[in-house]
Design a protein around this ligand. Structure first.
Ligand code: SF4
Length: 94
């Protein structure tokens, strides 16, 4: 199989608590990946023939905006596109 996107669940914490959530995320969840582990994981993807995108999700990845920015910068420096999956709680103007 030719995978073009690698998804990384940063943590399970979410501002929402949806009954359909496949990660069972909620505001009470505290599990998270350590930042250096995430960077090593991204490093291990460098050189993959088909991989183009690293996608950060959770939980809600924008709950730790500084971490998200740090990882987006790290990802793009490694030559990948950075994407995120969010519930857009931060969006106030449409
Ligand atoms: S991660 Fe998505 S589905 Fe899960 S609780 Fe948060 S908003 Fe809902």
């Amino acid at each position: 199989m030719k995978y073009t996107t690698l998804g990384i669940t940063l943590f399970r914490k979410c501002n929402a608590n949806c009954s359909i959530c496949c990660f069972e995320s909620s505001p009470k969840c505290n599990e998270s990946l350590e930042v250096n582990f995430i960077k090593k994981y991204i490093d291990s993807a460098v050189g993959d023939k088909y991989l183009r995108n690293i996608s950060f999700t959770g939980g809600e990845p924008f709950l730790d905006y500084n971490l998200l920015l740090e990882l987006v910068e790290y990802t793009t420096k490694k030559g990948f596109n950075a994407t995120t999956i969010t519930n857009c709680f931060w969006c106030h103007d449409l």
